[in-house]
Design a protein around this ligand. Structure first.
Ligand SMILES: [Zn+2]
Length: 447
């Protein structure tokens, strides 16, 4: 919390980072057991709106390990575990946009063709017709009577006469070596894709024996086109330059000096650093070099309250950095871009003073309620008070309001919305309600 260390490693990620909004990288060294887990854990990166990179190391061996843990558990539990794991594999193996897949999984639509962020959108995988290979593989599974594991099926395909294989006289079958024009990796991928496509089933309780599904039998009779994807060989790829253009203009030296200053102040006041200024605010300062109180207040996430409370030290540091390095400040730019942004905020505050309902404000500004709440959150988090009681009292019953308020006041370890929903009960409370009361809470208590 006080940034004394840069990296935290854990074997179980439960609850990690939920009260820190500026986690920059979430790295999974093992694949999680379910997409729910993956989504929750990756969701902890970049909650302040700054960069959040999620990197997952995926190896099919990890899946096999997880499957092994499941053996011996009650059958019903195995079934559920198998299904969850299956979805995780499908996610890891996909060549589609990962953002789209993940959102879709949780029932949210995503209509962009290219999210410009996930590996599959940034580096599309090469696709090729897989019909012939799939048929070859299914024939092997059929001819060895569905009694063997994936590795065995691969040995059959590439024509590797292992002792086990010879013991069954399988090297004399016609299908033995029918795929010897490709290697082990290729056939393992064909099997994984066919599992995802539902053509074969893996029986975990039976040590992972491969069987044909009904769909698989039908496929043998009447095969159709299925596109497979070739995995990247990153060893052969040229080193890419890092993306993330958002931080391009940031003065890295100043940024790190500002972070040090924030750390010192946070120690002195015994406050977590992000309560002082969040990373995006420091990034903006290292881009626009504000040196007066007015300019500082115009930085995203700063606001009058915080500028007064914490700003002086930062301004001094920026000023001396600008002088020492004879930096020309792009201040005209600031005034323009900030003016437009703050126009909306000012108008929202004025409307709230006049007790216009939030729905009407959103409509008149041509924005969604979600965006309006975001604006309000940014307003209160930067130190300005707003009173939306008139609206809350109209759209929410008293008990709900009090329950949520009390939760933030007494129980909450962080202001995180998903956690709040989980604690309060997602069936009973809506995200919008919780966000509105959080705005009230931050406004009354935090400022
Ligand atoms: Zn994508």
């Amino acid at each position: 919390m006080h940034e004394e260390v840069d990296i935290i490693v854990a074997t179980i990620a439960f609850g990690m980072g939920i009260d820190k909004p500026d986690v920059r990288i979430v790295m999974h060294y093992d694949i999680p057991k379910s997409l729910e887990g993956y989504y929750q854990e990756t969701g902890r990166a970049g909650r302040d709106g700054g960069e959040g990179r999620c990197i997952t190391f995926y190896s099919y061996k990890d899946i096999q390990k997880l499957e092994k843990f499941m053996q011996g558990k009650p059958l019903a539990e195995q079934e559920i575990g198998k299904q969850l794991l299956f979805e995780t594999v499908a996610y890891a193996e996909t060549s589609l946009c990962r953002r789209k897949l993940l959102l879709h999984y949780f029932g949210e639509p995503f209509h962009e063709d290219n999210c410009d962020s996930c590996d599959n959108c940034l580096h599309p995988k090469e696709q090729f017709e897989g019909k012939e290979s799939i048929v070859k593989m299914l024939r092997v599974v059929r001819d060895i009577k569905e009694k063997f594991k994936a590795e065995y099926v691969v040995d059959m395909l590439v024509g590797k006469p292992t002792t086990a294989l010879k013991a069954y006289n399988h090297h004399e079958l016609e299908v033995f070596g029918s795929g010897d024009d490709q290697d082990v990796h290729y056939w393992s991928a064909v099997i994984r894709h066919s599992l995802v496509a539902g053509l074969i089933i893996k029986e975990i309780e039976n040590y992972g024996l491969l069987k044909l599904s009904e769909k698989g039998w039908a496929y043998l009779d009447a095969p159709y086109s299925i596109m497979l994807t070739r995995n990247h060989n990153y060893d052969e790829m040229e080193e890419e330059t890092r993306t993330g253009a958002s931080t391009a203009a940031v003065d890295p030296q100043l940024f790190s000096m500002l972070k040090d200053l924030r750390k010192r102040i946070s120690k002195k006041l015994n406050l977590p650093p992000f309560v002082i200024f969040q990373d995006p605010s420091l990034e903006a300062m290292s881009t626009y070099y504000p040196i007066t109180m007015d300019e500082l207040q115009n930085m995203p996430g700063v606001g009058a309250g915080k500028a007064k409370r914490f700003g002086n030290d930062f301004l001094e540091l920026i000023q001396s950095h600008v002088e020492d390095n004879e930096i020309e400040r792009p201040i005209d730019l600031v005034v323009k871009s900030v003016a437009n942004k703050s126009k909306l905020k000012i108008s929202i505050i004025q409307n709230i003073d006049r007790k216009v309902s939030l729905d009407d404000i959103a409509e008149s500004k041509g924005i969604e309620m979600n965006d309006l709440l975001k604006e309000l959150e940014s307003i209160v988090y930067s130190g300005t008070r707003v009173n939306i009681d008139y609206h809350i009292d109209q759209v929410m019953d008293e008990d709900h309001r009090d329950d949520i308020f009390l939760y933030f006041k007494e129980d909450a370890e962080s202001d995180d919305i998903p956690t709040a929903l989980e604690e309060l009960g997602e069936d009973e409370f809506s995200e919008e309600e919780v966000r509105m009361v959080r705005i009230k809470f931050i406004s009354e208590v935090g400022n």
